[in-house]
Each structure stands twice: as C-alpha cells, then as structure tokens.
Design a binder for this molecule. Structure first.
Ligand SMILES: [Zn+2]
Length: 478
C-alpha cells in the first residue's frame, strides 16, 4: 500500500511591537529578568488588560499580504490551562472570532523551483499573548516574566503540504513575506517563529485524512524537516504492520533524532474557551483597514517578477536580489541614483555581498557604501572611465572608509588610459623590452599576447584599458 502525506503547520510569529500585547511594558530581550513587568502581565488580581493597537495593525497587515479576509469584528477569548510559566492560568487568545480568515501561501509542488505552482490554504490568523520563559539552572529553575504578554500572531495553515520539502518552502515563503511586511524579525534562533507541526498519512486514492500526530514548538527549519521525515517513516511502518496511528502530541528530540509521545491529544473544548470579559471586541472600520493596506510593501513574488520583466534581469538575479527586502531596497536605490540594472545586479551579487559576508555585516547596517556612492562607482565602470581591477579596489576602499568614487578617481588620477595614442606608446615600450615573448607571439603562441598586455598594464600603473592595449599590440605586431 502506498501512503500520501498531509502536513499542516500552525506557526507562531512574535510581532515587532514596542510594547507587550495587553500592557505598556517594554519588549526587550536585553533586560534583566523580571524587570519589564507590571500587574497586568504578571496576572495580579484586579489588573485590566488593554489591546495593543500596533499588534492588531501588524496582524491585519500580515493578513492582507497573505490574501486573507479581514474580520470587521474580532474578539479575544480566554484559553484556560495551567502551566507554571503562566500565572493567570489562562492565556488571552482568539477562538471563533479571529482577525483574519482564509488566505494562502504560494509554493511549488514538491518544494522545488521546477514544480508547478501550488496554493497552500490558510485557515485563519489570530492574535494572542506568549507565556513567560522558564530558565533551568543546575540546581533550580527560574521564571522570567519579561516574555509574558509578548504579542504572538498564530498562522494556522490547512494540511495541504504533501512533503517535508513543501513544508520548508512554505515556511521560507511565509518568513520572507512577514519580514518584508516589517511585522516580525522571524529570527529562528531567538524563537521569533515557532511552529506546531501536524502530520497524517492516508492510503493513496483515499480523500479522507488519516489520524494526525502533532509535534509541538519547533523553532528550526532543519529540525522540522527531520522531525517530519522521522514521523512519516514511523507512521508508515506502523500502518504497514497493520497498526493504527494514535492521535497524540509528540516531542521531537533533535539529539536522538526521534519523536516521543507527550500526551494524547487534547481537544479544543478541554480549554474551556470563553469570550474574554475584560477586553472589548476589535471593530475595524473600512477606512482603518484601507489605511493599513496602503502601508504594505510590494510582495517579494511581485518584486521578483518586476525585476525580470521590466528590468530584464535573469531569474537567478531577481531571486537573489528580492530574497531580502534591504538588499532589494539597496538595489533599487542604486538604480534610482543612475546605475544600469544588470551592472548593479552583478556588482551587488558579486563583490558587495562578498565584502558584506567577510565583514559579517547586513546590508541594512552598511554605512560606508551608500546607494549613491555605489552608483557613482558603477557609472565610472559603465563609462569605461575606470577598468575592472581599479573599480574592485575602489569598492574595497569605500567599503572600508566611505567616500565618493568619482572624487577619488579625479584626485588620484585613476581614470583608465583609453587614449589610443598613449596606449600605443606604452605598447611599443612593452614590445621593445620583451623580444622573447614578441618572437613567440609571432611564431604562433597566442598566450604570449596576454603577457605583453600585462606589461602594458604595468607600465600604465594598472590604468590602461586592457582591451585597447591588446588591440594596439596586435596591430603593432601584425
Ligand atoms: Zn506588563
């Protein structure tokens, strides 16, 4: 029997608001434990929560980017359960009245670029608060309430994913879109993006979903991929042996590379959801939603298409440049400052990314090279005022300490020698000084010409146009 796989992800994304979800405490990962706390986020009796408007805005913006229907009327709900990192014994979340409904993420079948486009449906997006953090030490554990009340957006996907690779592409696309929208850093190491993963198997030909198993709280893409592969193999073996999958929650142990049963699955009604009596519903006016829509950036997919269609870039270039918004912004600002598109793309993907990588710097934090100075350099290259090696050195210099390439070239006389008369004179000198390579070239050894070009470059202190130098040498030696 062959089995088909259904994978669904529920992804928690930490929103980049300044303050917490229901109080004015600062969100900061740098503060001392239990310093960003107040009666509301500690859950003290009598404290009253108030919803953070920025968190609602970020959730609605995410919903708009993902093609969701935005609810005009949303409500908060209490989800009751006990956990030592949650002093209220309930979490404020949303239940049957979430902020965003439907929507989708576009991926490719099989999770590979060559696959046919595939739409992964979203069920809804809701807004809730995070719990505190328990830190375990050698002899004791401590609860840090600084994280308690952090706004979390939960993106609940339908089980439309058919393989671990599709799940990877889904998460990458989701992350790209949310980082683009500026609503979250989606930093995996900081736990900004965590997923609960559910997976079920069904016999080929059957439409009914199999019994699902959920793996909770996964925060690395690699871990999710490995856990899914393990779980698919475990369930396949179980079904092939005539057994049945139990609906349960399992835990992934990355060190052992296995999932372990944690508990059999609770149902939604176990949480005794009820409308949160301390918070007003969120009623959104049409104008408010439209005002937030106006803040949306161009989606990465649309940007890729535009870079290819209107700038004529190859798909590869468009993919690299559009993958991160700061890089795409830098590229577009460079074009706006007058640089040709393909030249800018080549120099960004080549030398600039290499220098950024070596300096462990993000393009968003780059202060020395600005789009204007980068464009100034590229215009000198485009006009053949400087040759390639000079341009490379100049880029390294301005990357190190800033400056305007056009000014530096003028001050130091770095403009390449493109004057035919001057190059011819240098070529004559090179020929006179190197009789052996000259004889070899005349005897049919083409490579000797490169040596002579190198001599001309040396005589010009690196400023000769190499192509003109080769032309001059060929003419003199003919
Ligand atoms: Zn607080």
């Amino acid at each position: 029997m062959k089995y088909l796989v259904n994978i669904g992800l529920e992804t928690h994304v930490q929103l980049k608001t300044r303050t917490k979800m229901f109080c004015g405490c600062l969100l900061s990962t740098e503060s001392e434990p239990n310093t960003n706390v107040c009666p509301v986020c500690l859950g003290l009796p009598g404290a009253l929560p108030r919803a953070n408007k920025e968190a609602v805005k970020f959730t609605v913006m995410s919903g708009l980017m993902l093609g969701c229907k935005i609810a005009r009327h949303a409500e908060f709900a209490r989800k009751n359960y006990f956990y030592p990192d949650m002093s209220k014994n309930y979490q404020i979340s949303q239940s049957d009245r979430p902020l965003c409904l439907g929507g989708s993420v576009e991926i490719h079948e099989g999770g590979v670029p060559a696959g046919a486009p595939k739409r992964v449906r979203l069920n809804h997006i809701h807004l809730e608060e995070d719990a505190a953090k328990i830190n375990h030490y050698a002899r004791h554990s401590g609860v840090d309430y600084n994280r308690c009340g952090t706004p979390l957006m939960e993106i609940v996907g339908e089980p439309d994913l058919a393989s671990p690779d599709e799940a990877m592409e889904y998460l990458q696309k989701l992350r790209e879109i949310l980082v683009y929208a500026g609503v979250s850093d989606c930093n995996l190491e900081d736990g900004n993006m965590r997923s609960d993963v559910n997976v079920s198997l069904r016999p080929a030909g059957s439409d009914a979903l199999g019994t699902k198993v959920e793996i909770k709280n996964m925060n690395t893409f690699k871990g999710i991929h490995a856990a899914l592969e393990f779980e698919i193999a475990r369930q396949t073996a179980l079904l092939e042996a005539g057994g049945a999958v139990v609906q349960e929650t399992r835990r992934w142990d990355g060190d052992l590379g296995e999932t372990f049963s944690m508990r059999t699955k609770e149902n939604a009604h176990d949480y005794r959801y009820f409308p949160e009596p301390d918070l007003l519903p969120v009623d959104l006016a049409e104008e408010q939603v439209e005002a937030w829509r106006a803040l949306l950036p161009e989606a990465p997919e649309a940007k890729r298409a535009r870079f290819q269609e209107s700038l004529g870039l190859p798909a590869y270039d468009a993919g690299v440049l559009a993958a991160q918004k700061p890089l795409a912004d830098f590229f577009e600002a460079t074009l706006a400052a007058g640089a040709p598109a393909k030249l800018a793309s080549n120099w960004i993907m080549g030398d600039l990314l290499r220098l950024l990588g070596a300096a462990a710097l993000d393009v968003a934090d780059l202060k020395t090279v600005t789009p204007a100075s980068f464009a100034s350099l590229l215009k000198l290259v485009d006009a053949k005022t400087i040759n390639g090696p000079t341009a490379k050195e100049l880029l390294e210099e301005i990357f190190e300490k800033g400056g305007d390439p056009a000014t530096i070239v003028k001050e130091r006389g770095l403009a390449q020698v493109a004057d035919a008369g001057a190059i011819e004179a240098l070529a004559r000198q090179a020929i006179e000084a190197n009789p052996k390579p000259v004889a070899e070239f005349r005897g049919g050894k083409a490579a000797s010409l490169q040596f002579l070009v190198g001599q001309v470059m040396k005589l010009s202190k690196g400023k000769a146009n190499p192509k003109l130098a080769a032309d001059a040498l060929r003419a003199l030696l003919a």
